[in-house]
Design a protein around this ligand. Structure first.
Ligand code: URA
Length: 225
């Protein structure tokens, strides 16, 4: 099962860019940034789309937002290597703008849906508005809907929380409040995950150095460019 999931995901990653005609994909010199982490994890964290660092490495959520995500996960006893991380869109839009709802739908219908069908996590955490709008509804609002459980079209329960990039823009009391809210949301997700998958560990004792680990992914991207 483990090798099969890896292989099937590798096929998706390999084949999709050539069969799906996507403007974001065509505009992107580096190629899509796919998934990262454990394909057998009960916990999937879904972000928005790659930023500059992710685009360079081809690995989701490893730039400033990803590093803050790591700290938030650590605070609830989770390390990145034990979870599955991916994004709604796989190519960074020109100028690093926020992807539209339609772009999110197009990319995630083609790609994320296949990933989640293969990985079958027990719980999904939606990071920020773009992920929430895809996983719940285009009318959903992160300020109103974060911290509440909802059911996804995959039949997998999900909870949304603020995107780390939003936290990075906050200061003072707003930042303190938002950090606590993220902590409560992550705690709720981890508790439910442990309830649904009591035997799966979510924490490695040594935090992996992702940039080191993915240097080869970066180099293979540079070779292709
Ligand atoms: N990097 C990602 O991979 N996803 C985000 O949502 C933001 C930055």
């Amino acid at each position: 099962m483990s090798d099969t999931t890896h292989e099937q995901l590798a096929n998706v990653v390999h084949e999709l860019p050539s069969i799906v005609e996507c403007k974001l994909c065509q505009d992107n010199n580096h190629g899509p940034t796919s998934y990262n982490g454990s394909v057998h994890s009960p916990l999937a964290v879904i972000g928005e789309g790659p930023g500059g660092v992710e685009d360079e490495y081809g690995v989701p959520l490893i730039g400033p937002s990803g590093q803050l995500l790591d700290k938030a996960l650590w605070s609830v006893g989770v390390t990145r290597d034990k979870i599955y991380t991916s994004n709604i869109i796989k190519c960074r839009p020109k100028g690093n703008r926020t992807p539209t709802v339609d772009e999110g739908q197009f990319c995630a219908n083609a790609w994320l849906d296949q990933e989640l069908a293969l990985v079958k996590p027990k719980i999904i955490i939606a990071l920020g508005s773009v992920a929430l709008k895809y996983l719940l509804a285009p009318t959903a609002r992160i300020t109103k809907d974060r911290g509440k459980w909802f059911s996804t079209k995959y039949g997998i329960p999900a909870i949304a929380t603020y995107h780390p990039a939003y936290l990075l823009r906050l200061v003072g009391k707003d930042l303190v409040k938002a950090k606590w809210e993220v902590f409560y949301d992550f705690t709720a997700a981890v508790d439910k995950c442990k309830e649904l998958a009591p035997d799966s560990g979510l924490k490695s004792e040594i935090i992996p150095d992702l940039l080191e680990l993915y240097a080869s992914r970066k180099n293979s991207r540079l070779d292709k460019a």
